[in-house]
Structure formats: structure tokens, C-alpha cells
Design a protein around this ligand. Structure first.
Ligand SMILES: [Zn+2]
Length: 162
């Protein structure tokens, strides 16, 4: 039996997400992250990765990237959460998603998309509603910058506007 199923997401209200079909132990490999293996040059030359942040693009090594934005990659439906219960792992040219804590049946599977902090972060608001959510999809190590910059006042305003 598959450890996940696709369902309407609670985080991305317009989209879908992956949900645990049973209790999953920390360290369990849940799903492979598949896609097209492309060269760094193809990444650089492709307009696809120009305008928006490459959400589905993974750096495999200094020669190749993996473009996971393909219909057969179910793992692309996993949403970002600031309190993620899964993470991406890889070896060679293979990537997969692993549970980083015990996950209960029915929980949505989430990863940290790992975006860096730059001017573009406002393009990607985060609606995960975790206690530690900074309001944007930014990797854990960079989140303090946003918290510092926008302080509590900003977050309060943000909440009222919802
Ligand atoms: Zn969040």
C-alpha cells in the first residue's frame, strides 16, 4: 500500500497535496522525486526558470539539475510548510522524500522548499499557519531575516487582511 494519497490541500487551498494513508515512522522513504535530468546549461538557457523561482528544480551535482515539474512526478504536489514533516534526500542522480518525524495517518506531508532569502521572496507567501511561519516560503536558516525585517506588527496586519 502506498504511504500517501493525493487530496485537496489544507495549505495550498487552490491546489492538491499529499496525505499520509497510515502512521509513518521517522526515517521512512515515502516517495521518489522524479523528473527530467537536465544539464546546468539547459537550466541557464531555459526561460522556464527565468521569471519564477524554480520551485521544482533541484541541484543534483555540479553538472546536472533535476526538473521535477512533470506530470508523472507526484512528489511535486507536496506543499511547503515552515514546520515540515518531510525532507528531500538524494544520492547520485536520485531524489526522494523522507519522513523527518513520526507522521500520523491523515496528516499532510510537507517539505521545506529551501528558498534563499532575496528580493523575490514576496512572490511566495506561505499559508502553512505553523507557529513558526514567517509568512513566506523561505528556508529555515533564512527565516530569521524576515522575522527581523517585518517584526510582529507586520504579521498582525497581514493576518487582519486575510
Ligand atoms: Zn509557513
Amino acid at each position: 500500500m502506498k504511504l500517501y494519497r493525493v487530496k485537496k490541500s489544507n495549505i495550498d487551498r487552490k491546489g492538491r497535496g499529499l496525505y499520509a494513508t497510515q502512521d509513518i515512522k521517522e526515517g521512512t522513504r515515502i516517495i521518489d522525486y522524479v523528473g527530467k535530468i537536465i544539464t546546468k546549461k539547459q537550466t541557464e538557457d531555459s526561460e522556464k526558470f527565468d521569471n519564477s523561482k524554480p520551485i521544482y528544480l533541484f541541484n543534483l551535482n555540479n553538472q546536472y539539475d533535476l526538473d521535477g515539474d512533470v506530470s508523472w512526478n507526484t512528489a511535486r504536489l507536496i506543499n511547503h510548510s515552515c514546520l515540515n514533516n518531510c525532507d528531500y534526500e538524494g544520492q547520485g542522480l536520485k531524489l526522494w522524500v523522507v519522513a523527518i518525524k513520526d507522521i500520523k495517518k491523515g496528516e499532510e506531508l510537507t517539505c521545506d522548499y529551501g528558498f534563499g532569502y532575496d528580493q523575490d521572496f514576496r512572490q511566495f507567501p506561505c499559508k502553512c499557519e505553523s507557529k513558526n511561519c514567517c509568512g513566506y516560503i523561505v528556508r529555515a536558516e533564512s527565516r530569521w531575516r524576515i522575522n527581523k525585517r517585518f517584526s510582529l506588527g507586520f504579521k498582525k496586519n497581514n493576518r487582519l487582511n486575510r
